[in-house]
Design a protein around this ligand. Structure first.
Ligand SMILES: Nc1ncnc2c1ncn2[C@@H]1O[C@H](COP(=O)(O)OP(=O)(O)OP(=O)(O)O)[C@@H](O)[C@H]1O
Ligand SMILES: Nc1ncnc2c1ncn2[C@@H]1O[C@H](COP(=O)(O)OP(=O)(O)OP(=O)(O)O)[C@@H](O)[C@H]1O
Length: 568
């Protein structure tokens, strides 16, 4: 019989500064070698549960506990965090907060150094782990000079380098490109199979995690365990919709086509789907639904003409990049980790100068415009709002750009109030920023950019780490801005976002542009998908499995239908 390795019994936890418990009456057993996924809306207590497992609660986050909690048969309160780290390895969402070494190699080796592992053995283990996650070429680099996704790979290598029994992943896919995300899930699967490690994964990207087998899914809501079931049981129930978690796209398509959703369909993966049971409904739906009409727009707003760039002499980061973005478009920039997507936005905003080529705004070369001048036309929203916010109060944060431009108090008030109204934050105008959720803070950063009336806004990963409710709120808000005439450019790894919300996509790989086309054409082109580490949509796979003549047209129809449905 399998041994229990994680045991919660009637367990509750209340952070010292909170008036109510965050975890309530948790009863959960996880067995040795199991692979368990934890899902739940934002704030439901998933990370707090993870903090209990890796010992941050109560060693780092103090508070009141009740009930029982054991790891590997022992009460964690009797162990210190160093002892616990030999049993549990953690990969966090924010890789920056995990770096200790000056080079990637040192960082991966950190745990082994603590355990005084002999040097030859240490080098071999570091090389092996680095190779597994494809970061072995960067062993001598500083972790801080890597792109977001490369950093995530380093933390993954660091966690898998030693012999822990439990591996805990808190949103491991948040900044990985789609193909690397898929590899990471395969890697987690391999480690579990080969070493019989217990895996606990917390992740919003449910469809991506289900790429490999998962034994159980724990659904959390409001600090409690709402459900503890197999993937097939969960996907055939209505729980995901109830708690606002996004279901895999092919299941949404089955619902649009009127298929009866039940466990018989074997829903946990598109390849395992009992296709005979739904093929006819899907074909009928595809025949009956009208073809889409495309909007076109041809006034060029932003143009990159033959741009090249290097941060230093070692490596050319961008090579001969040219593309045009038309007024009023919603555009995605996608591509593999480290391809140069964020670097492009830094050049457009003027943080760095291209080594070659021109950037034109409304046909004019902006090489001599200062950062201040550029941000009146081009707003830039960073991924993490906490890195952008410098004031305590919402009003002051949004007013900041106007104050330094010498506007009068009355003008500032009028403009700030207008921007706050557009962003749905007017009711909070006198609040401190600390009282807002992550999504609301993101809107504050957008308001502080909107107040300058830019024609285009560039957003770096606008929805990373957001649950489906906040994802939809942010995206619908951007659509409403777009309808008011603001051109929106998004850097993203989210293939759903790119398909559902953007008409045009620019694809980069290793500093070069590999495609510039519609989202549907990109995501149905095997060559581009492979070059840029993207991932085919499961809607396309569903169409192929149902022998639809024009799978691409099927994807188009699905997107149209989904957009109409969301507007209701
Ligand atoms: N360090 C802390 N001190 C006090 N309260 C906290 C702390 N961390 C989290 N909380 C509270 O606990 C609740 C649950 O937070 P937690 O981070 O566990 O949720 P989550 O499900 O992981 O959310 P997300 O998906 O947004 O990461 C939140 O309401 C939050 O306010
Ligand atoms: N400040 C810097 N100094 C030196 N090199 C850098 C710096 N910032 C980024 N790079 C390098 O430039 C390349 C492109 O990085 P960039 O952040 O633009 O990639 P990205 O496409 O946005 O990646 P991701 O999807 O992983 O966020 C990477 O190889 C990275 O290591």
């Amino acid at each position: 019989m399998k041994r229990k390795i994680i045991e919660f019994k009637d367990f509750s936890f209340q952070y010292r500064v909170q008036s109510e418990p965050t975890l309530k009456n948790i009863n959960l057993d996880i067995y040795e070698g199991e692979k368990v996924l934890v899902v739940g809306p934002s704030g439901s207590g998933k990370s707090t549960l993870a903090h209990c497992i890796n010992g941050l609660v109560p060693f780092y986050y103090s508070g009141k506990t009740s009930g029982h909690f054991k790891i590997d048969g022992e009460d964690t309160l009797n162990k210190n965090i160093f002892e616990l780290s030999k049993v549990v390895g953690t990969v966090l969402q924010d890789p920056d907060s995990q770096f200790i070494g000056l080079t990637v190699g040192e960082d991966i080796a950190f745990k082994l150094e603590n355990y005084c592992v002999e040097q030859q053995e240490m080098i071999a283990k570091v090389n092996k782990s680095a190779k597994l996650v494809n970061i072995d070429k960067e062993l001598e680099s500083s972790p801080y000079k890597l792109s977001g996704g490369q950093k995530q790979r380093v933390t993954l290598a660091g966690a898998t380098v030693d012999e822990v029994k439990i591996l805990l992943f808190d949103e491991p896919l948040a900044s990985l490109d789609p193909a690397t995300g898929k590899n990471a899930i395969e890697l987690i699967d391999n480690i579990q199979k080969n070493d019989n490690k217990t895996m606990v994964i917390i992740e919003h990207r449910l469809e991506d995690v289900l790429h490999c087998n998962i034994d159980r899914i724990i659904v959390m809501n409001d600090g409690e365990i709402l459900d503890d079931v197999t993937p097939n049981e969960l996907l055939s129930s209505n729980i995901l919709n109830k708690v606002g978690i996004r279901e895999p796209l092919y299941i949404t398509a089955l619902k649009y086509a009127g298929c009866e959703i039940s466990e018989d369909l074997n829903l946990e993966h598109i390849n395992k789907l009992n296709i005979e049971k739904c093929k006819d409904s899907i074909s009928r739906w595809c025949t009956n639904i009208a073809k889409s009409t495309e909007k076109s727009n041809d006034k060029v707003l932003l143009e990159l003409d033959d741009i090249s760039f290097s941060y230093n002499e070692e490596k050319q980061v961008l090579k001969d990049i040219s593309f045009k973005i038309n007024e009023g478009e919603m555009v995605s920039i996608v591509g593999r980790n480290g391809a140069g997507k964020s670097t492009i936005s830094k050049l457009v905003c003027g943080f760095y100068k291209p080594t070659n080529g021109k950037i034109l705004f409304e046909g004019r070369d902006i090489a001599n415009d200062t950062i201040k001048e550029r941000c009146e036309k081009i707003g830039f929203v960073m991924q993490n709002p906490n890195q952008m916010i410098s004031n305590t109060m919402i009003f002051d944060e949004v007013a900041f750009g106007l104050k330094i431009r010498g506007f009068s108090d009355d003008e500032i008030k009028e403009k700030v109030y207008n921007a706050l109204k557009v962003c749905g934050l007017y009711g909070y105008r006198n609040w401190p920023i600390s009282a807002l959720s992550f999504g609301q803070k993101k809107r504050v950063t957008i308001a502080s950019i909107l107040v300058l009336n830019p024609k285009v806004i560039i957003l770096d990963e606008p929805t990373a780490g957001q649950d489906f409710k906040h994802y939809s709120e942010i995206m619908e808000f951007l659509v409403s801005l777009n309808k008011q005439g603001v051109t929106i450019i998004m850097i993203t790894h989210d293939m759903h976002l790119m398909l559902e919300y953007t008409d045009k996509v620019i694809v980069l790989s290793e500093g070069k542009k590999v495609a510039d086309d519609s989202a549907i054409n990109i995501l149905t082109d095997k060559d581009v998908i492979e070059k840029a580490n993207l991932k085919e949509t499961s809607i396309y796979e569903l169409a192929v499995r149902c022998d639809i003549d024009e799978p691409k047209e099927f994807v188009k129809k699905f997107i149209d239908c989904d957009r109409r449905f969301r507007k209701i």
